[in-house]
Write a protein that binds this ligand. Sequence first.
Ligand SMILES: *Cc1c(COP(=O)(O)O)cnc(C)c1O
Length: 352
Amino acid sequence: MSYWRGIIHKYKEFLPVNEKTPIITLCEGNTPLVYAENLARAIGFKGGIFLKYEGLNPTGSFKDRGMTVAISKAVEAGKRAVICASTGNTSASAAAYAAKAGLRAFVLLPKGAVALGKLSQAVIYGAKVIAIQGNFDDALYIVRKIGELMPVEIVNSVNPYRIEGQKTGAFEICDALGKAPDYHFIPVGNAGNITAYWKGYKEYYQVGKIDNLPKMMGWQAEGSAPIVKGYPIKNPQTIATAIRIGNPYSWQPALQAVHESGGLIDAVSDDEILYAYKLTASTEGIFCEPASAASVAGLIKLTREGFFKGGETVVCTLTGNGLKDPDTAMRVCEEPITLPPDVDKVVGVISL
Ligand SMILES: *Cc1c(COP(=O)(O)O)cnc(C)c1O
């Protein structure tokens, strides 16, 4: 069979699976790596920008790469139920893969801080959704306690199988480019994905599939930037809800990725994020969610500061699909015009 059967089939020699592992897949991965020459021109970047569009995974975010491995291993271990805390996308992904596997799913969400598209996914896939009157960090604390008390598998990125699956994003980029990029820009929330990408690049390097390594460039939102500030944030705030996390679980491995690779972790403001969000859509035809645009916002910021020499190859991970959060798009863009059904009136507003 030659059709795409998901990341475990494709990369099993790099993943913690064996012949007995039941592979639970929705055919995640194999996402587009889009050459973004219009964006490069618009921001004055004199090199190659590639956008890894993870919004085209089965539930609309990169979380599916980790979830296929985490759920497959949970089934292999005989687990009957999974649980997670989520800013939205982990719950959508956990609920979908649990449905496919016939497991029960319990998801804890910060009340009022999850985009409606993501909430609707968790609900329709049949998860039990529990809104916590607190933030993500509160929800994750409860999930980890319940994991100690009850026979339920935690599928947050505290689960190492999540990181294993997510590292395949780096493999796909190297397979497509024939090398690693010079720089990899990525949003940072709980910091699992930057950890996963770095692990993936290093493993490909170790087996000789690539002979260079990228500098890892992580981006937090200014109101939610514990790693940049150096201390946990009690009440993180940002429009980019998927990275609204005050005490990231993979804090240390993320710092290690940055230090080993010679990269950095910095912050961008919500205004910079929204600017990048709109520009990516209007120049490249790619609608990502606000958190995803933190990677592009970081690239714009460094380009403006004269950080690059020219000729570099840069990849930005666009972590999730903009359709999950249409409210933000409508809020930051021009209102549609309403007119009577009259040709002249419509002609009056069309300027060519
Ligand atoms: C989960 C998520 C992030 C943050 O990833 P971490 O691994 O938590 O750092 C960023 N963007 C989107 C869309 C996400 O779903």
